[in-house]
Design a protein around this ligand. Structure first.
Ligand code: GAR
Length: 225
């Protein structure tokens, strides 16, 4: 079991997908703590429903980003977590945090990186008029939405989409690829080679050709995800 900390700022639907896969025994991780920088985040309610330890660490109570990050590092280490899962956590992390968990921090972003980094990736893509968008799980490095890419899922974008409608289509796939990426990390199957990530015994591309929900996922999803 990989001991993980999950960091959230909002609804926590990605947190829920991780909890569900753990409870189904498909994802071999244990959530040691859920941390939110916002007291009102609904994800905290989700965590409590599953009897998971939670902590609220509000960034505005700290005089610098580094002090806020150091407080989170201490809570995560005290909880015994070895990897950190950013699940809709909307704060930029400093080297203080990133160097505390080298190559053990994952993030999910609602766009096909390197396109549309930053906030509102779904709306940026919809407004730009792209024909495809999707989501990306990557290792976190010191630049925002930048580290080596583990897995991406691609979905179509339509001319009548806005950030909301495209975001809903993307979110369904976030809930599938994020637990899969964490499982690969837990299994020790991810190797970072420069900017690239090798997935040991990388599964073939997963293709869904349902006319309502077409999607491409690379590397492919394994059983249960
Ligand atoms: C997700 O769409 C996630 O990809 C995005 O925030 C949402 C959180 O939803 N993250 C970012 O935009 C990070 N740059 P959730 O709280 O329901 O998981």
């Amino acid at each position: 079991m990989l001991p993980i900390a999950v960091l959230i700022s909002g609804s926590g639907s990605n947190l829920q997908s991780i909890i569900d896969r753990i409870e189904q025994n498909v994802l071999h991780a244990e959530i040691k703590v859920v941390i939110s920088n916002k007291a009102e985040a609904y994800g905290l309610t989700r965590a409590k429903k599953h009897n998971l330890p939670t902590e609220v660490i509000e960034h505005q109570n700290f005089s610098s980003r580094e002090e806020f990050d150091q407080a989170m590092v201490e809570v995560i280490k005290a909880a015994g977590a070895e990897a950190v899962i950013l699940a809709g956590f909307m704060r930029i992390l400093t080297p203080v945090f990133i160097q505390a968990f080298p190559n053990k921090i994952l993030n999910i972003h609602p766009a096909i990186l390197p396109s549309f980094p930053g906030v509102h990736g779904q709306a940026q893509a919809a407004d730009y008029g792209v024909r495809f968008s999707g989501c990306t799980v990557h290792f976190v490095d010191e630049k925002m939405d930048h580290g080596p890419i583990i897995i991406q899922a691609v979905v179509p974008a339509y001319t009548n989409d806005d950030g909301q409608s495209l975001g809903q289509r993307i979110l369904k796939w976030e809930h599938r690829i994020y637990p899969q990426a964490i499982e690969w990390l837990a299994q020790g199957r991810l190797k970072i080679v420069g900017r690239k990530v090798e997935v040991e015994n990388s599964p073939a591309v997963f293709v869904q050709v349902d006319e309502n929900e077409p999607a491409l996922v690379n590397p492919g999803l394994e059983r249960g995800f």
